[in-house]
Ligand binder design. Structure first.
Ligand code: SAM
Length: 485
């Protein structure tokens, strides 16, 4: 739907009004007494519901956009602006009713931006439902690299969230989805956040609808549900292994990712018997050389819960078929899925992100992995440092490098008798505290920015009667661990 310049300006006025009302992730999660906004889909208790009836701008807006509650038109006009509300009505994102105005969309705050998505329960054809911001969406939003790039690409863009976020650090941000309704919502979101001129949304499958050229950042949250069925909403099915679309995205990287560029892909990755995720990624890329691979594992998920979460509930089966037949049909459906998971060796599922960085041609590949909880705010600069450190220290360090402690890794505790010890890092460092062998403690203790890596390696060789090359390798390991820079 085309909006006039004036209507676009009214839409763009919304973020400032929402922000003035305190409509941010943390404040809303506190209002709903939840650890994070993605948990809202499971509903909130009666006590919290009562708390949300306070007469504050945040409580009114939170209840309106997330709890399906009507609010008087005059109140919403006061909070959102009468003309902006009229534009939302024209876009069918809100609807007038005799009881007041009701939301027909969810409105998520995310890292200073605002995103409309469809309601948790679809109002139209479920096939075209536009995905809300789940833990996967938030994981990617908070852990995508954010250094400036020329062109960014968000595959499977849905609400357009990752294209809109990338628009703050890309000169062109592209988003692709097969669902036309997703593109409609994405364009509204880009306009509302003042990114209409930077964002381009195109309809089609993955790389197909794009003009030629490569991208400095590719983000993706592809459909990931391992399923034997093909009739789920666009945002769910990932083929029987759950990785059909993930694989196609990775296979396209040699043609679409520029050197130095990064893919950040979030998913509920299948845990497949006898096969590591990064081995599969490497095989889709056609080998290890020229690619850096990193995996951030966030949370293991139970296989049976995964299945139960994506088939109709026993109650829904009972409504359609009656109690007895419904129960039998539910069991049959569950078992069909279970058989398919077994046949594909799927033992569980893990929420996590993997990154693929394209290296200079001919450089040996590198790999790393680490485990952390879904962060509550942006972790992007840490992710950049982590990936950059893998790349920098995947080769023997320059002997002229003068290693010093990375800021935030200041506290070192050594056992004087045998030289072993621990480093206690800044809590912002996601790699956690670090146990030191006597050899590494020796090197770390002397890395004060004054001695070169060559000098440190020579002292190491004398002290431990080893080759100096081993000292250099150990210094590089400490660099990859973000202890030295
Ligand atoms: C899990 S949702 C992710 C939405 C959004 N990126 C986010 O993080 O919230 C997956 C999206 O992929 C889209 N999709 C499914 N198959 C696709 C394909 N072959 N090419 C492009 N998009 C596709 C769906 O329509 C859906 O919007």
């Amino acid at each position: 739907m085309k909006l006039s310049q004036r209507q676009q300006a009214h839409l763009r006025s919304l973020p400032a009004r929402l922000s003035a009302a305190g409509y941010h992730e943390r404040e809303l999660a506190d209002l709903f007494e939840l650890c994070d906004l993605y948990v809202l889909r499971d509903g909130i208790g009666a006590r919290t519901l009562a708390r949300c009836q306070q007469d504050t701008p945040l409580a009114h807006l939170g209840s309106f956009w997330f709890l399906g509650q009507t609010r008087p038109r005059a109140l919403l006009e006061d909070l959102l602006g009468a003309q902006a509300l009229a534009v939302l009505e024209r876009l069918d994102l809100v609807q007038d009713s005799p009881e007041g105005v009701k939301a027909r969309a969810l409105l998520f705050p995310c890292l200073g931006r605002y995103l409309f998505t469809d309601l948790f329960a679809p109002v139209g054809d479920p096939q075209y439902q536009v995905y809300w911001l789940g833990s996967d969406s938030l994981g990617l939003a908070r852990c995508a690299p954010r250094k400036p790039v020329g062109r960014s690409l968000d595959l499977c863009t849905g609400s357009g969230v990752h294209a809109v976020l990338a628009a703050s650090h890309a000169s062109e941000a592209w988003g692709v989805d097969i669902n036309p309704r997703a593109l409609h919502i994405s364009r509204i979101n880009a306009l509302m956040n003042g990114q209409g001129a930077v964002c381009n949304f195109v309809q089609g499958s993955l790389y197909d609808p794009l003009p030629e050229g490569r991208f400095g950042l590719i983000t993706a949250n592809p459909p990931f549900v391992p399923t034997p069925r093909g009739d789920l909403a666009f945002f769910r099915p990932g083929g029987e292994t759950g990785e059909a679309i993930t694989e196609a995205i990775v296979r396209g990287l040699p043609e679409r990712l520029e050197v130095g560029g990064t893919l950040a892909l979030v998913s509920q990755h299948p845990v497949i018997r006898g096969s590591h995720l990064l081995d599969r990624v490497e095989s889709w890329l056609g080998g290890a050389d020229g690619w850096g691979l990193a995996y951030l594992m966030m949370a293991p998920l139970d296989r049976d819960e995964m299945i139960a979460g994506h088939i109709d509930t026993p109650g829904q089966f009972a409504t359609q078929l009656g109690v007895e037949e419904g129960a039998a049909a539910y069991r049959r459906e569950f078992e069909t899925w279970l058989d398919s998971y077994e046949a594909n060796g799927i033992e569980g599922v893990e929420l996590g992100l993997f990154y693929v960085r394209r290296l200079e041609p001919g450089l040996p590949g590198w790999r790393t992995e680490c485990q952390l909880n879904l962060p509550s705010g942006s972790l992007s600069s840490w992710v950049e440092d982590w990936l950059d450190a893998q790349e920098r220290f995947s080769r023997p360090p320059d002997p002229g490098w003068r290693p010093s402690w990375t800021p935030g890794c200041q506290r070192l505790m050594l056992d004087a008798r045998n030289g072993e010890g621990f480093v206690f890092r800044d809590p912002a460092c996601r790699l956690g505290d670090f146990y030191l062998s006597p050899e590494n403690a020796f090197l770390l203790n002397r890395a004060d920015g004054r001695q070169s890596a060559r000098q440190l390696a020579q002292s190491f060789a004398l002290r431990f009667e080893r080759k100096a090359g081993e000292g250099l390798t150990r210094l590089a390991d400490l660099g990859r661990q973000l202890l030295l820079s």
